[in-house]
Design a protein around this ligand. Structure first.
Ligand code: FES
Length: 103
């Protein structure tokens, strides 16, 4: 597995959001109530960027059609849509990132 750094820890805070593209992977980092989440940056419904979506009780709402996705599991609340891909944050030194398969 390979570590891909996404952000320095010092930059994280509640309300933090940033879409990042690393190695052809588009991810969205969000921090809410001290918890960092890493999810795919576009909605699985119709590709709407999710960075502007509202978060309420651990659910990220797409700004386009208001589909809600669990930030923990990525699952669509009503199961009518594909799930959001999620990654477990990995901490290395003063950075956070994700692990991806080695190529
Ligand atoms: S594009 Fe996100 S819910 Fe439709």
């Amino acid at each position: 597995m390979r570590f891909l750094a996404l952000e320095k820890l010092i930059n994280l805070h509640d309300g933090y959001r940033r879409a990042v593209k690393v190695d052809q992977i588009d991810v969205l980092l969000l921090q809410e109530e001290g918890q960092l989440y890493i999810v795919q940056s576009r909605c699985p419904h119709q590709e709407q960027p999710l960075a502007q979506g509202d978060v309420e009780n651990g659910v990220l709402y797409c700004p386009r059609h208001q589909y809600g996705f669990s930030l923990q599991t990525g699952a669509h609340l009503d199961g009518m849509c594909e799930s959001l891909k999620t990654w477990t944050p990995v901490y290395e030194g003063n950075e956070v990132g994700i692990l991806v398969a080695s190529t």
